[in-house]
Design a binder for this molecule. Structure first.
Ligand code: GLY
Length: 561
């Protein structure tokens, strides 16, 4: 829903200074998140005098409580940050890390085959979480309020409970059988081992206590002391390989974001260990070679699909954790390199992916992850994508902590050239190593022109990058956030060699024409993505916010004294 509530009453805010009345210009802010309670947590923090970074920390913690299927204290995130006072832009990397006892072949049997489910279910699937450290980092380095203030809304939500929705039920449907195996998770998220009814309250007392410990002691409250001890012993009792040092050594890293220019739009996005910024930037560089707006819809979609195919191919070949491998970032984002790739696109025929390389793969499942965007009255902004990977992560809750652990280890290439849960393939660049961060597709993004600023992102596994790409192209056409978040979606990720599209993503005519060009089409049986976006129209100082109609989120533009 789009809202721009510049109402008359907003302008009538009166501030009292000593004995005189002063009409103060009300402050304008915007938040879009995947859950109304998380949006409300951010609003409350801004109203208490916090800035966008405090609000981002509060929204992160709230989503960890009310969207347990998407993100959490047991997961990871990338927070893309813009600080208005000095124009600093940075990416706070809170991605999970492989435990130190991880090995290259830890998910393979003696014959070298992938052990089904081992990188997806239970504590063996979990990387060392980064979200608690990220929350502290945001507040300590960029915020204005205390960690206690910022975590208060999430603590209350965990103590009082949140109501089960249709989305909760649907995502639990995918993961119920795994969660049933772990009593601590089942007790919190199921009702007598079944999916709870709509409206049932999910109360998380243990998680509230873990959040209180984090609020009181900062990151030490999670990565050291009783919570850390409990996390490690519970993981190990259930077959996992975490060690106390894994948690203690976890570090947030600030990384320079990826910046590309697309037809005069400054695009700032996630850098490795996310593939998002590079893959999207490369696709945009390829697309810049074409006059997309002049093309008919069929040719345009064909060209966009071919650009996706080529940039996702390079993802598989080159991308991984930059602390472990050398990534040829400059070459991958070189306009001449993109020009060369553009020349290989035949406007009449699909290029089989096998002509680019020859890797086999499987289909992808599920939806996961979450995103929020926030802008405060000073122009500080955060675009954050957070994840525990598949819905409800690994399905495992560490006893007594309420912390649902991620299954982000599956984002590694667990076996070279073998597809992960999203059908993505990788090679040595994204192989498992102790302490390494798995390659992500999360694409928190800022866009800027002379007259507009945008903050956007979405969950959706490997399709995150193509969804944000389509959003950028729509922004380039001059459309508003409501349009970006609602756009019909289509996707190509090099392998499997097929154009995936959601219901309504391609018209009948487009489907026929794309098949005639040699594309293999695969309609997904549902709509996908959950984009949360904000736009500022600088000249008029107007804010717009929109939440994807596919989800249950809320987008608010609001004023306060
Ligand atoms: N777990 C989804 C991603 O990071 O790409």
């Amino acid at each position: 829903m789009i809202k721009n509530i510049k109402t008359l009453s907003s302008f009538l805010c009166v501030l009292i200074f000593t004995s005189s009345y002063v009409f103060a210009e009300p402050k304008q802010a915007a938040i879009a998140s995947a859950h109304p309670l998380a949006t409300q947590a951010g609003i409350d923090i801004l109203r208490q005098g916090g800035n966008a970074f405090d609000a981002a920390a509060a929204i992160t913690a709230s989503l960890a409580v009310v969207e347990p299927y998407s993100s959490g204290l047991g997961g990871g995130a990338f927070w893309l940050v813009h600080r208005s006072s000095d124009k600093k832009q940075t990416m706070i990397d809170g991605r999970e890390k492989a435990p130190m006892r991880s090995t290259h072949d830890m998910y393979l049997d003696k014959a070298g085959n992938v052990v089904k489910g081992l990188s997806l279910n239970g504590p063996m699937a979990a990387g060392i979480p980064g979200v608690p450290a990220g929350i502290e980092h945001l507040v300590k380095n960029y915020g204005r309020l205390s960690l206690k203030q910022v975590l208060a809304p999430a603590i209350k939500q965990a103590q009082e409970g949140f109501a089960v929705t249709e989305r909760y039920q649907k995502l639990m449907g995918y993961r119920k059988e795994v969660i049933k195996q772990y009593p601590d998770a089942a007790q919190i998220f199921l009702n007598k081992y079944d999916v709870p009814a709509i409206g049932a309250l999910i109360v998380q007392k243990d998680l509230a206590n873990t959040l209180i410990t984090l609020a009181n002691n900062g990151r030490k409250g999670f990565y050291q002391g009783p919570v850390a001890k409990q996390l490690v012993s519970s993981v190990r009792e259930n077959g996992g390989i975490w060690e106390p040092g894994d948690l203690e050594k976890y570090q947030i890293i600030e990384r320079e974001p990826i910046v590309v220019n697309y037809n005069g739009i400054k695009v700032t996005s996630a850098s490795p260990p996310s593939s998002g910024g590079i893959v999207m930037g490369q696709a945009l560089n390829i697309l810049e070679q074409f006059n997309l707006e002049k093309l008919d819809s069929i040719t345009r979609k064909h060209i966009v699909i071919e650009a996706m195919r080529r940039s996702y191919r390079d993802r598989a070949a080159y991308l991984g954790d930059p602390d472990f491998i050398d990534i040829p970032v400059d070459r991958l984002l070189d306009k001449n390199y993109a020009g060369g790739l553009a020349l290989t696109i035949n406007s009449e025929r699909a290029t089989p992916s096998s002509e680019l390389s020859n890797i086999a793969t499987i289909d992808q499942i599920g939806t996961d992850t979450t995103h929020f965007s926030v802008v405060d009255p000073e122009g500080n902004r955060v675009s954050a994508t957070l994840s525990i990977n598949l819905p409800f992560g690994s399905g495992f809750v560490a006893k007594g902590t309420g912390v649902l652990l991620n299954n982000e280890m599956d984002d590694f290439s667990v076996k070279p050239l073998t597809a992960n849960a999203y059908g993505l393939v990788g090679d040595h660049a994204n192989a498992i190593a102790p302490g390494k961060r798995p390659l992500s597709s999360m694409t928190p993004t800022f866009l800027e022109t002379d007259d507009r600023i945008a903050v956007l992102g979405t969950p959706g596994g490997s399709r995150i990058i193509s969804m944000v790409l389509l959003g950028v192209l729509d922004f380039a056409e001059g459309n508003a956030p409501k349009s970006w978040v609602s756009l019909p979606r289509y996707h190509h990720q090099y392998l499997p060699d097929q154009v995936q599209y959601e219901q309504g993503g391609l018209s009948d005519l487009e489907q026929t024409a794309l098949k005639d060009k040699g594309h293999v089409l695969k309609e997904k049986n549902r709509r996908y993505g959950n984009m949360q976006a904000i736009m500022i129209w600088k000249k008029k100082d107007l804010f717009f916010a929109a939440s994807d109609p596919r989800g249950e989120g809320s987008a608010e533009v609001f004023y306060y004294p």
